[in-house]
Structure formats: C-alpha cells, structure tokens
Ligand binder design. Structure first.
Ligand code: HEC
Ligand code: HEC
Length: 335
C-alpha cells in the first residue's frame, strides 16, 4: 500500500518528467535536422561530434542533457525554453539513444586554415564560425546594415535572445520562428576575444551590404506561370552603403523557357558557369540603402521541389577584402 501511494505521489508531483522515458525519436530527428535548430553545426549532422562532443549513442540522461543545454560548462552558448523546451530535449535524447555510438568523434565543420588571421582563428576556435562560416558573412552583413558598434556586437553574443529581436525590428525584418543562436557566457567567451573577432570582421574583411532576394509563389498567367522577385538593400540610410555594379541571376530550370520578363536592366537569358545552368539576368548600377526593386518573370512551367526557382545577387562594390565578388542568395520560391 505504501509503495502504491509513493508511486501515485511520484506520478503526480515527482520531478521525473513524463517525457523522460518516452521522448519521440522521430520528432527528435526532425528537430535536429530542421530549420529551427543549428546544434548540428557544432555536434555533427548526425550527432557524431565535431567542434562539440559526440551525442549519438552516448546514452546521456535527460537530466544531464538539459543541464548541458541550459547551463553549459564550457564555451557552448546557453539555450532558453523559448528556443528549445525540455520536452523537445526529451525527443532529442530518444533520437540519440536510437543511434549507434561513434568510434571516433567527427571532424569540425570548418577547420582553421593554414596562415589564418588571428581574428579568424578565434572565430573558428570559439565556435562562432562553425555556424556563421569562415568569414562570418551573416554577422558582417547585419552589422553593416546598422553600422554596428562593438557594443551592438557584444550584446548580440552575450544577450542574443533579447538583443537580436531589437536589431531585427530596427531593420524592419520579421523574426525567425525561433532564435537558433544561444547566449554566450562572458566568463567563457571573453570580451577580449570578441574584440579580436569584431576588429577582424570590420577592418580586415570589411562589413558587407545587406541584400536580400525573395521570390513570391508563382501565379498562373496567360502563357505560363508568373513570379515576382523582390530585391532589397536592408541597410539603414544613414548607416549603410550602396551595393554597386549589381547582377541579379535567376536560375531557369531545365526544360523551362522564359515567356516574358520585366524590370529595369533585363539582359535576357545567359549560360552561367557558377550556377551550371541558364539564368535570367538583370543588371543594375547600384542598390542604395532601403532601395526595394521588383522584377517580374513569366516561365513556361512552374519550378518543382527538385528544380525550384532560385538565384543569386552579386555586386562588385564595396569589394570583399578576401575575394573578388560579394553575393547573396535568392531564397527559392514557395511551392
Ligand atoms: C558553438 C558550438 C555549440 C553549439 C551551437 C551547441 N553546442 Fe552543445 N556543446 C558544445 C561544446 C563545446 C560542449 C562541451 C561542453 C561545453 O562547452 O559546455 C557541448 C556540450 C553539449 C552537451 C553535453 C555533452 C556531454 O558529453 O556531456 C549536450 C547534451 C549538448 N551540448 C547539446 C546541445 C544542443 C541540444 C544544442 C543546440 C540547442 C547544442 N548543444 C549547441 C558546443 C556546442
Ligand atoms: C548555433 C549556431 C551559431 C553560433 C555558434 C553562433 N551564432 Fe551568431 N547567429 C546564429 C544565427 C542563426 C543568427 C540569426 C538569429 C538566430 O536565429 O539566432 C545569429 C546572429 C548573430 C548576430 C546578429 C547578426 C546576424 O547575423 O543576424 C551576430 C553579430 C552574431 N550572430 C555573432 C556571433 C558570434 C560573434 C558568435 C560566437 C561568439 C556566434 N554568433 C555564434 C547562429 C550562431
């Protein structure tokens, strides 16, 4: 009787959450692979380990897992409930329990290149560049758009979950459904290290122009399907600069023809070596901060899941100090 009572009390008030034993491995995999988390950049695509330790088949308890994510011991940033719930971690634990352990942890997503500048070494060795790529394209564009100070940069790192929404609102940009970067601790990720990264990103590589390209869903038109393409320079007028000598290229899927196109600077369809495909091209002298340009194109057939409409925007000024041409991707059209 005592035992039954104890069990009932544990069920009702116990600290063992119901999802501890029955997390859903499939849901955990979907979360790990999906767009709302980026843990995989540090822990490996399948949790095999990379910059961070391997998780697959380690049989870590849920308590251990939650502790590691909410109060990381080392350089890993801390994640809040708004980013990842305890129940979702239960699903991740079930997913990793379903995988075999690895004999050797995997390689880093990005290794430190030989002869790397000091700022780049720090960005790779502290994890920042494991997500943002070896030359921090995203942060350099976002900081460029607001001419971000070191203070702005620091706040994005130490209090990301409160600062990022403010910066986003300043640019008039919608928030992602969940923030994928956690809050770094200033006792692990030192301010002096951040200073080295910031100075390298701003002065050695240079801040970027923040260009976005978005395709609307195709609409049935007279001779095919019509797409609208919006290109914007999101930079603030008094803080940012224009992109100069701009080429907008939209990949024309194989077997599809361009029925008609409009918008300033349309050049027609050309073969593109970088895209290894035919592209519809527009050329513009400049896109100034806050400029919003719209192009229209009608194709003979809609894009498909395998071969969807997407493209790039390239500009030659301001030039990237590490390479010839800067570019931004045009996100695929919603199907
Ligand atoms: C910047 C790279 C980085 C990111 C991003 C990251 N981790 Fe980690 N993680 C680490 C490192 C490094 C450790 C080792 C301990 C530490 O630094 O706190 C770790 C430790 C862990 C541990 C404990 C492993 C053990 O052996 O005890 C778990 C669990 C974990 N991370 C889960 C996650 C989850 C879930 C996410 C995404 C929400 C995530 N991590 C994002 C780098 C990262
Ligand atoms: C888990 C991957 C990840 C890691 C590790 C990471 N970031 Fe981020 N960071 C992001 C993402 C994704 C965003 C966009 C907002 C979001 O989803 O959280 C972002 C946003 C930012 C921003 C705001 C501008 C922008 O690009 O949106 C800055 C600045 C930034 N990160 C710098 C850093 C620095 C410096 C470090 C290392 C201390 C770092 N990040 C580590 C993924 C990461």
């Amino acid at each position: 009787m005592k035992n039954i009572l104890a069990a009932v009390v544990l069920l009702m008030f116990g600290h063992v959450p119901a999802f501890a034993q029955n997390g859903n491995a499939q849901a955990g995999k979907a979360l790990w692979d999906g767009p709302t988390t980026q843990c995989r950049n540090c822990h490996g695509v399948n949790g095999e380990g990379a910059f961070g330790p391997d998780l697959a088949g380690r049989k870590l308890s849920l308590t251990h897992f939650i502790h590691a994510v909410r109060k990381p011991w080392g350089i890993m940033p801390a994640y809040e409930t708004s980013q990842l719930t305890d129940a979702e971690m239960g699903d991740m634990v079930a997913y990793f329990d379903s995988l075999p352990a690895v004999a050797q942890p995997g390689k880093w997503r990005f290794e430190v290149p030989a002869g790397a500048a000091r700022g780049q070494v720090v960005a790779l060795n502290t994890g920042c560049a494991q997500c943002h790529g070896p030359i921090l394209n995203g942060p350099r564009a976002n900081m460029g758009a607001i001419d971000g100070s070191f203070e702005d940069f620091k706040n994005e790192v130490y209090s990301h979950t409160t600062t990022h929404p403010k910066h986003r609102a300043r640019l008039g940009e919608p928030m992602p459904p969940k923030l994928r970067m956690g809050n770094f601790s200033s006792t692990r990720m030192w301010e002096s290290q951040l200073r080295e990264i910031y100075d390298w990103a701003k002065n050695d590589l240079g801040f970027r122009v923040m260009i976005t390209g978005r395709l609307r869903k195709g609409e049935p038109a007279k001779d095919g399907i019509a797409y609208r393409l919006d290109i914007e320079n999101l930079g603030l007028k008094d803080k940012s600069v224009a992109a100069g000598d701009v080429t907008v290229s939209l990949i024309v899927p194989a077997g599809v023809t361009v029925v008609g196109a409009s918008g300033a600077g349309y050049q027609g369809v050309q073969a593109d070596a970088q895209a290894k495909a035919n592209v519809a091209v527009w050329k513009l002298e400049r896109i100034a901060p806050r400029d919003h340009i719209t192009f229209n194109i009608t194709l003979s057939k809609p894009g498909t899941a395998a071969d969807n409409l997407r493209g790039t925007v390239r500009w030659t000024t301001p030039s990237v100090k590490t390479g010839p041409v800067d570019q931004a991707n045009i996100a695929p059209a919603p199907l």
